[in-house]
Ligand binder design. Structure first.
Ligand SMILES: *[C@@H]1O[C@H](CO)[C@@H](O)[C@H](O)[C@H]1NC(C)=O
Ligand SMILES: *[C@@H]1O[C@H](CO)[C@@H](O)[C@H](O)[C@H]1NC(C)=O
Ligand SMILES: *[C@@H]1O[C@H](CO)[C@@H](O)[C@H](O)[C@H]1NC(C)=O
Ligand SMILES: *[C@@H]1O[C@H](CO)[C@@H](O)[C@H](O)[C@H]1NC(C)=O
Ligand SMILES: *[C@@H]1O[C@H](CO)[C@@H](O)[C@H](O)[C@H]1NC(C)=O
Length: 564
């Protein structure tokens, strides 16, 4: 009967449109195709539909985006054993004869058989969608693949079986009413419930759900097979935990610069994860936002390590006032979180830094100035108070050897001054002196005697005198040689007007001595008091006396230092 109707149906040719419109449509077709590609791929992609032999199947014609269908009629055409129009000029009685129901955008085949296998198209205006219907018999290659739906539940957990709803008729088609779903388990006759409050391993197996529909007094069915696998409940070996950062940690940041905060967690279940919250709202992973997060996961033998990095492109003032929470979501009962905050890095005060540097430089400069200015006083003070007397004997008998030389002016020391100088050195400051006219034994050759004296003394002091009682300038070059050879210290007392180092008025030997030694200037009568700068300089250049001074110097020297 059904076949008869198939055979007698006529090929539909669209004649309702005037020829002009047809031509315009033909011209516009490529444009429409392009539009179709750009806007609604579902209109171009053919749909593969599978149905079990003898069961109900519904084809749904999608409305194409981007098309203005206007009043154009929806036309279903079948390209099965014979091409035929299923809508135009086909009455609902004839449709019933064909075993189909067409309503709205749906075409329902009540009970599929191989005669229905083939291509179908629904078209409206210029948009059309293709369907390819395959009717499966238990012998078909795809039968199992296309009709079986695997599902997994875990022991002691709730489990709900879902009946697939592919290609079922839309619920609003008149004359087709749903009778609901009935579940059966393979090998059991009684219907089963699709919900398990606590599923057991024994519940595994093949379940069949039947959606049945009442149409024209007949019951039509769609059956699906759901294969339930029951697995032992996944139990983590250990609890997942956030390893860093520490809860309540405060991260110091620079305003305006980027900052990345890593939240690291170890976990043991596939679906465990960490993510970031700002206050109570979720941070997105969209990296075009000013604040987002990204993550990496790595799996080491079942131990999952996940790092969720909170990224600030530019830390703003506003970011400092918020609470940031890294949350661990775990299927194991324990879930955790850490909350962190941002704070501005304490900025080093450049002013105080500069002040500090200037201060240190000032102190250093001041120290150097004070030392240079007062080094003589300081050295003498230390020498007198701490008593830096060299205790080891160097085998010399005298601290100094006083040698007179002829001053070329009248400013040289007179006989009395010279005697006073010797006296103060010996009596007041405790130096032991080798004096030419006192300590050199008579009868010796002069040169030999002088060299002996130099040998025995730690320092040689050249004293300008007028008139000259000294060994004479002939000896001076011998003295110079001896000093250079023995590395003996030399103190050269000059008079204010004795321009020793510049004028050529002095003998060459004396000039050489003046250059080799430390110069102290004799300023006549003002140099006489033992507290004068002449004495200080002289004592500074002389080594400390080997034996303790006869007169206690301390109070005097302290006064000197205090008066600086
Ligand atoms: C259905 O369409 C496909 C191409 O989409 C074609 O290969 C096949 O032969 C068609 N079948 C029928 C029955 O027209
Ligand atoms: C439903 O069935 C009745 C008769 O059984 C028929 O008159 C009516 O047209 C059908 N409705 C549709 C939408 O096919
Ligand atoms: C659908 O199933 C019901 C009950 O299982 C049965 O009575 C009916 O005949 C089936 N319909 C078809 C079209 O096979
Ligand atoms: C996240 O993105 C930031 C900046 O784009 C990058 O520095 C960081 O390495 C990324 N982190 C991860 C875990 O992918
Ligand atoms: C941040 O958290 C602290 C303590 O949990 C809370 O007192 C404070 O109000 C929170 N601040 C914001 C901006 O939510």
């Amino acid at each position: 009967m059904t076949e008869e109707i198939f055979n007698s149906a006529e090929l539909h040719v669209e004649t309702v449109w005037p020829e002009v419109i047809m031509k315009v449509k033909v011209l516009l077709l490529p444009l429409f195709c392009l539009l179709t590609l750009l806007t609604g791929a579902e209109c171009a992609a053919p749909k593969e539909i599978y149905v079990k032999e003898g069961e109900m199947v519904a084809l749904y014609c999608p409305s194409c985006r981007g098309y203005d269908h206007g009043d154009a009629k929806l036309i279903w055409t079948s390209y099965t054993t014979q091409d035929m129009d299923l809508t135009n000029n086909v009455s609902s009685a004839e449709q019933r004869q064909l075993g189909i129901v067409v309503h709205g955008r749906s075409l329902v085949i009540l009970s599929a058989s191989v005669n229905y296998q083939g291509n179908y198209s629904c078209s409206q205006g210029s948009a059309s969608t293709w369907f390819r219907l395959t009717v499966l018999t238990p012998q078909s290659r795809e039968y199992e693949k296309m009709t079986q739906y695997p599902t997994t539940c875990y022991t002691q957990e709730t489990c709900t079986l879902h009946c697939p709803d592919v290609n079922r008729p839309a619920p609003n088609i008149p004359n087709i009413t749903s009778n609901g779903i009935i579940w059966h388990k393979e090998g059991e006759s009684l219907p089963k419930d699709s919900y398990f409050s606590s599923v057991e391993e024994s519940d595994h197996g093949v379940y069949t759900c039947t959606r049945s529909y009442l149409c024209y007094g007949q019951i039509y069915n769609m059956t699906f097979t759901v294969v339930l696998d029951v697995q032992p409940k996944e139990k983590p070996v250990k609890d997942a935990a956030i390893t860093e950062p520490q809860n309540n940690h405060v991260f110091h940041v620079d305003l305006g610069s980027p900052k990345v905060i890593d939240c690291k967690a170890v976990m043991y279940l596939k679906f465990d994860k960490v993510f970031w919250l700002i206050g109570k709202s979720f941070v997105e992973t969209d990296n075009s936002l000013p604040v987002f997060y990204n993550f990496t996961r790595e799996n080491n033998d079942g131990e999952l390590k996940m790092t969720a990095s909170l990224v600030f492109k530019k830390v703003s003032e506003e970011d400092l006032s918020k609470n940031y929470t890294c949350k661990l979501q775990s299927a194991s009962e324990l879930s955790g979180f850490v909350t962190i905050n941002l704070a501005q890095k304490p900025r080093p005060s450049y002013l105080s830094l500069a002040l500090g540097v200037v201060g240190i430089v000032l102190v250093m400069v001041l120290t150097v100035v004070i030392y240079v200015r007062f080094k003589i006083n300081i050295t003498l003070f230390l020498r007198d108070t701490i008593g830096c007397h060299s205790s080891t004997s160097d085998g010399k008998s005298y601290d100094a050897f006083l040698v007179c030389y002829k001053s070329n002016t009248d400013a040289g020391l007179h006989e009395d001054d010279r005697k006073e100088l010797e006296n103060v050195l010996e009596e007041r400051f405790g130096y032991s002196l080798c004096l030419y006219d006192r300590d050199v034994l008579p009868g010796k050759a002069v040169a030999e005697a002088v060299l002996d004296c130099i040998e025995q003394s730690r320092t040689v002091v050249l004293v300008p005198t007028s008139p000259d009682p000294g060994p004479g300038s002939g000896l001076l070059s011998a003295i110079h040689e001896a000093l250079v050879e023995r590395q003996t210290r030399l103190v050269f007392i000059k008079t204010e007007t004795t321009d020793v180092l510049r004028s050529g008025s002095l003998p060459e030997a004396l000039q050489l001595l003046g250059e080799a030694g430390n110069c102290v200037t004799w300023k006549g009568i003002s140099s006489m008091p033992p507290s004068s700068s002449f004495w200080k300089q002289l004592r500074y250049y002389l080594p400390s006396p080997q034996r303790a001074p006869k007169v206690r110097l301390l109070p005097q020297t302290i006064q000197d230092v205090m008066s600086l």
